[in-house]
Ligand binder design. Structure first.
Ligand SMILES: C[S@@+](CC[C@H](N)C(=O)[O-])C[C@H]1O[C@@H](n2cnc3c(N)ncnc32)[C@H](O)[C@@H]1O
Length: 307
């Protein structure tokens, strides 16, 4: 499965790389730590955590004491902001790397009464069904293989009512962030950031992978400025495909023209029972999601975009 999706054009397949990030290599722990610190600076500088927090809290609007699971949390910037911004939210902040979780436990989050740091693999989540109102994964989807993404979609929608995925939007124009990567994290951050940009999943790939798992998962995707792919995945109550669902499943973007439009059409088509009219506007009322055609590139990047 090409990262750009099953029908990715030739240029997109050429753009993709099989190079491995320092963060994913066991033999480069020092570079990996520098990348995480650089990414944390980058998110703070570009207001990434603010956007991630707004998008996460939108998903639990109306829930008095939301249970939030953060997967692949890295240095925990989103979890910190979530408990700062929501007076009663409880956050389970997790990562697959025990060293990363150890640092979270030793830091301010480890002492916070509403935060629980745990080691969790996003593709095999050790938690009961329906334990969380929302599970969120930011800037990490591209670290998973296609089978890993299928597992994430099944597991995230099993343990949480909805799975929110935020990653960079796949388009070569975003390579223009390289100077900012250098400023925030030096050479290791440039290395991993540029590889990330070339390994990002496009929306069509995510829809195709949602149709490949055992669980009937619905994925809705949209472009959020300045450069995010935002996906919300949910599953049916019984959570299982039936024989009638077909190879791609009735809930994937591949299931039919209506679903394809729902997944990638205009915001009106993407509204769910949980969405309010404000969902297309941020808390400050200054940002709107952008309609995109199926897999077509967004407008050129603006300053402050993310890899
Ligand atoms: C690029 S960092 C993103 C950190 C943070 N979410 C952010 O937005 O800045 C990717 C993180 O995902 C973690 N990760 C990679 N594979 C994972 C998996 N299968 N399950 C959970 N976490 C994973 C890595 O250890 C790393 O901390």
């Amino acid at each position: 499965m090409p990262r750009g999706g099953p029908d990715a054009p030739r240029w997109d397949r050429w753009f993709e790389t099989s190079r491995v990030e320092y963060l994913d290599r066991p033999d480069t722990p020092d570079e990996g730590r520098r990348v995480l610190r650089g990414l944390d600076r980058f998110q703070r500088l570009t207001l990434g955590y603010r956007s991630f927090c707004r998008l996460t809290l939108q998903q639990v609007r109306g829930v008095a004491t939301p249970e939030i699971l953060e997967l692949g949390a890295g240095l925990g910037g989103l979890a910190r902001r979530l408990v700062d911004r929501h007076p009663t939210a409880r956050v389970t902040v997790s990562d697959v790397d025990p060293g990363v979780v150890g640092a979270l436990r030793r830091g301010p989050l480890g002492a916070h009464p509403r935060v629980t740091p745990v080691v969790l693999d996003a593709t095999a989540i050790d938690a009961p069904d329906g334990a969380f109102d929302v599970a969120v994964l930011t800037m990490s989807l591209h670290h998973l293989s296609p089978p890993g993404v299928v597992a994430l979609l099944g597991e995230g929608t099993r343990v949480a009512r909805q799975l929110l995925i935020i990653d960079g939007w796949r388009h070569p124009a975003y390579l223009a962030v390289a100077p900012l990567l250098w400023l925030t994290g030096g050479r290791p951050h440039v290395h991993d950031g540029l590889i990330s940009l070339r390994r990002l999943y496009g929306a069509p790939a995510l829809h195709a992978l949602a149709g490949a798992g055992a669980a009937a998962v619905t994925v809705r995707t949209r472009f959020v400025p300045p450069g995010y792919l935002v996906a919300v995945a949910t599953r049916d109550a019984d959570g299982r495909r039936t024989a009638d669902d077909g190879a791609h499943g009735r809930r994937s973007a591949d299931a039919g023209p209506h679903d394809r439009q729902t997944a990638t059409g205009c915001p009106h088509d993407r509204q769910t029972a949980d969405d309010g009219p404000h969902d297309r506007r941020d808390a400050d009322g200054d940002t709107r999601d952008r309609c995109t055609a199926d897999g077509t590139p967004p407008p050129p990047p603006s300053p402050g975009l993310l890899p």
